[in-house]
Ligand binder design. Structure first.
Ligand code: TYC
Length: 166
């Protein structure tokens, strides 16, 4: 058969009938109007109340509701003081070395904190979130016990500026 002016020879790859798609369809925007596509309709502007879904997608009897992103509310975690209590038996050098190694204090800071505990009965070694503070208390207690010293180390909620506990 001779090709006439009404036929256009086009190289076509075989396409399964159900998957055949006009290139113009492929160029459709994903968010088409309420009547096009899968019935996607943007819902925004003054008509939308806060918290109301922004879009709904319907296809057959399936409906997917797209919730608007919640505004992230960030709050600070409660903080806890790690306290070192004075006693008459734990050597000063031992307390200073704990402050340097476990609480990352400089030599002069460690000395000042140890002397504060020694003279007043108690000192704050550091302020941390609960899990970190708890881990530090456990380390201090374990090292003091291993060394045979009665050093007491405790965790206490930090007060906020109103005097309320965390
Ligand atoms: N009072 C101890 C002494 O004279 C030293 C010490 C300081 C112990 C601070 C505990 O939390 C402490 N050897």
């Amino acid at each position: 058969m001779r090709a006439g002016p009404w036929t256009v020879p086009v190289a076509r790859r075989p396409v399964a009938a159900g998957l055949r798609r006009d290139p113009i369809d492929a160029a459709e925007p994903l968010l088409s109007g309420p009547t096009g596509g899968f019935g996607l309709g943007p819902k925004s502007g003054p008509g939308r109340t806060p918290g109301e879904p922004t879009h709904s997608v319907e296809r057959g009897d399936v409906a997917v509701v797209v919730e608007p992103k919640q505004k992230a509310k960030l709050s600070r975690p409660p903080l806890y003081k790690v306290l070192l209590h004075n006693d008459d038996f734990t050597p000063m050098e031992f307390v200073v070395s704990l402050l340097e190694t476990i609480f990352q204090r400089s030599e002069s800071e460690a000395l000042a904190i140890m002397l504060h505990a020694h003279t007043t009965g108690m000192a704050v070694a550091g302020v941390y979130t609960f899990e970190i503070g708890e881990a530090k208390v456990e380390k201090v207690t374990a090292l003091a016990q291993e060394a045979g010293f009665p050093l007491l180390c405790t965790l206490e909620p930090e007060s906020d500026e109103n005097g309320d506990e965390a």
